[in-house]
Design a protein around this ligand. Structure first.
Ligand code: MG
Ligand code: MG
Length: 271
């Protein structure tokens, strides 16, 4: 079974062959998200969606890097799900459950990982269940657009802070807020590799660690988590589900992206 090490691996330049393996892992993740888009409907449970995701991963002999993921400081249970499914004010790390039935107007976030051929694909998407509020639609549009603004900066010789600034600018110029405590990351042999990639560069925040020149062969998971209210978060009693403290709505979009000589390549693209 995939087991992430406590020590984060440094960012690695992938060879052509390794990038092909990353592409294969990313493709499986993309297939799961396309399936979620088709099947996330009112009346379906997040447990049903998890079973669908699991069947696709198993079809390829891929593993879920989320399943069994250790809790922070090992103070709680390991993550019990194959995917994360988070609703409305839940931002990330929601546990799929048979009793959690989707209903009209819900905002569903699905996060999927695949460990395949020794490499990880990691991607998340936000799905509207039926008709959602205008506020929710705006949140979805801006957050998705912020991900693509960031990806457009994933170019050889740009700096990581160029990517982050593009995401933050898109979000904040539209009156929304970026979550501080949860961030994107390098990705490769492990799900979470160096560096951590926040979605903000505040004045009080030391941006020097983000002075990283992007180079062909690097692969990162860029994942804006955006809310309608304040950025403060809280973890529920299940020790996993992260919600907004003020119960504001949350959206989450994530792609695994490679830096190439020809610009960004999205490895988890499905739509
Ligand atoms: Mg993810
Ligand atoms: Mg991720």
């Amino acid at each position: 079974m995939y087991k992430e090490q406590h020590q984060r691996l440094p960012i690695e330049i992938k060879s052509k062959k390794e990038l092909d393996l990353m592409r294969a892992a990313g493709k499986i993740v993309a297939e799961v998200l396309a399936d979620m888009q088709q099947n996330a409907k009112a009346g379906v449970s997040t447990g049903d969606l998890e079973r669908r995701a699991r069947a696709i991963l198993e079809k390829y002999g891929a593993q879920s890097p989320f399943l069994g993921y250790p809790n922070v400081d090992d103070k709680g249970p390991a993550f019990p799900g194959w995917i994360c499914a988070s609703l409305n004010e839940e931002i990330v790390h929601g546990i799929p459950r048979n009793k959690r039935i989707l209903k009209e107007g819900d905002l569903l976030k699905i996060d999927v990982g695949a460990y395949y051929g020794g490499f990880i694909g990691d991607s998340a998407w936000t799905f509207a269940i039926g008709q959602v509020s205008a506020k929710a639609q705006h949140l979805m549009q801006v957050t998705e657009a912020s991900l693509y603004e960031g990806i457009a900066q994933v170019q050889s010789n740009k700096r990581l802070w160029d990517v982050i600034a593009a995401v933050q600018q898109k979000v904040e110029s539209n009156g929304l807020t970026v979550i501080r405590e949860y961030q994107g990351h390098g990705v490769g042999r492990q799900m979470h590799e160096e560096p951590s990639i926040p979605n903000f560069l505040d004045k009080e925040f030391d941006k020097r660690p983000m002075n990283i020149a992007l180079k062909p062969g690097m692969t990162i998971a860029l994942e804006p988590m955006v809310v309608t209210g304040k950025w403060d978060t809280k973890v529920l009693g299940d020790k996993w589900t992260v919600i907004t403290k003020d119960r504001g709505l949350a959206a989450h979009y994530e792609h695994t992206v490679a830096v190439t000589e020809n610009g960004p390549e999205i490895l988890t693209l499905w739509k």
